[in-house]
Design a protein around this ligand. Structure first.
Ligand SMILES: *Cc1c(COP(=O)(O)O)cnc(C)c1O
Length: 382
């Protein structure tokens, strides 16, 4: 590549129905194009206060320590682990997909001791197994699990898992990257202690921000740590100096100003629609899409009670080159869907109906495109 040939990048217009990012609403993109101001400008500080209130609404929490981490969902995950896990802490990690595996990595890197509770990929976390693990490991400090496994299209019963953790006097870390705004997440009612999400899934914002929230109990543990948090950037004791309420805000890092305008607008749109309505919309579009998939003679990987409305795992029919289908969807329909990961690679497609992209037009567009391509490839489609 010669540098003289390089010009402005103009991306193709796609419909994003993969595991994230999802389509970003034009209002969010417009908000991001507004003038950049300083990260300590009083006008910006007012917007930060509003962002906190909007995030508390999305998470259904009164937690004072609620803020967007200036980095993607993975950094939100890491923020929870580095702040809460001290060297030697035993952490029960429930794993039923890719992201539970990353939680284990996080525990180890914090010097914690992971105790794994494993369930087959494509099934929900088994609450009985969690309880057995806690009985067998009474010194456990934290329970961590993924509410919505984007790698498999499974939703676990976060309320019950948190209840069990609480009974064994454990703090909880819950991944809600794909569930927030797409299916009920009730941080206070379920007594979740540390929760993280991502801007680019059901919030329909651009990637790169990770909303997090911490309970009083979690804050107590963070403040009472014996050792320093091993990450300077993610140490909440320092971040609070910039994001905390009632403090004179001081420089920690330069906030991603325009990205935060975008998140603010995305959350305003969520407020306008109403959280319950957003959950209901995701559910309805998921139901229609699933019915269409089954009517075509295709099948869904996950049993009905465990399905995650924002992410549909579709079994690849016998003998079909799944990558070829995705390639044709992208080139002929400008439509992006996702491939399977890990043990489900080559065996499923992951089709997202997240945020702004969760609408009836996309449901029918994707069903129609898949029907045409699969029929063309010789698959018997009803
Ligand atoms: C997407 C996702 C993440 C990671 O988020 P990034 O923004 O890609 O870092 C973590 N957990 C789950 C369940 C996800 O779906």
């Amino acid at each position: 590549m010669k540098i003289e040939d390089i010009q402005s990048f103009v991306p193709p217009v796609r419909t994003l129905m993969g595991p994230g990012p999802s389509d970003v609403h034009p209002r969010v993109l417009q908000a991001m194009a507004r003038p950049t101001i300083g990260h300590l400008d009083p006008a910006f500080v007012d917007m930060m206060d509003e962002l906190k209130v909007l995030l508390q609404y999305a998470f259904q929490t009164q937690n004072a320590l609620t803020l967007p981490v200036s980095a993607p969902g993975s950094a939100g995950m890491e923020t929870c682990f580095v702040n809460l896990v001290e060297p030697g802490d035993k952490v029960v990690v429930c794993q039923n997909g890719v992201f539970g595996g990353r939680m284990k990595e996080n525990v180890e890197r914090c010097g914690g001791i992971p105790v794994m509770v494993e369930d087959e990929w494509g099934t929900a976390v088994d609450a009985n197994k969690l309880e057995e693990a806690l009985k067998a490991n009474p010194d456990t400090k934290i329970v961590a699990f993924v509410h919505a496994e984007t790698s498999t299209g499974v939703q676990s019963d976060a309320k019950t898992l948190c209840e069990i953790a609480r009974r064994y006097d454990c703090l909880t870390i819950v991944d809600t990257v794909t569930s927030l705004a797409g299916t009920p997440v009730k941080v206070d009612e379920w007594q979740i202690d540390a929760v993280y999400s991502g801007s680019q899934k059901c919030l329909s914002c651009t990637p790169g921000l990770s909303p997090v929230s911490f309970s009083e109990r979690a804050v107590e543990k963070i403040k009472g740590r014996k050792s320093k948090v091993q990450s300077w950037f993610l140490d909440l004791n320092l971040v609070i100096g910039y994001w905390g309420s009632g403090v004179k805000r001081t420089y920690h890092h330069t906030a991603p100003i325009n990205a935060l305008y975008g998140l603010h607008e995305a959350l305003i749109m969520l407020k306008e629609e109403g959280l319950e309505n957003a959950w209901a919309r995701h559910e309805k579009n998921h139901q229609t899409f699933s019915a269409g998939i089954e009517a075509m003679g295709l099948s869904i990987r996950v049993k009905e009670t465990d399905r995650l409305p924002p992410l549909n795992a579709i079994n690849v029919p016998e003998g079909v080159d799944e990558a070829e289908v995705r390639k044709r969807l992208l080139s002929e329909y400008n439509l992006e869907i996702g491939a399977g990961l890990g043990s489900l690679a080559g065996r499923i497609w992951r089709i997202g109906l997240m945020g702004y992209a969760s609408n009836m037009k996309n449901v029918w567009y994707c069903l129609g495109a898949m029907k045409t391509i699969l029929s063309d490839m010789g698959v018997a489609i009803n």
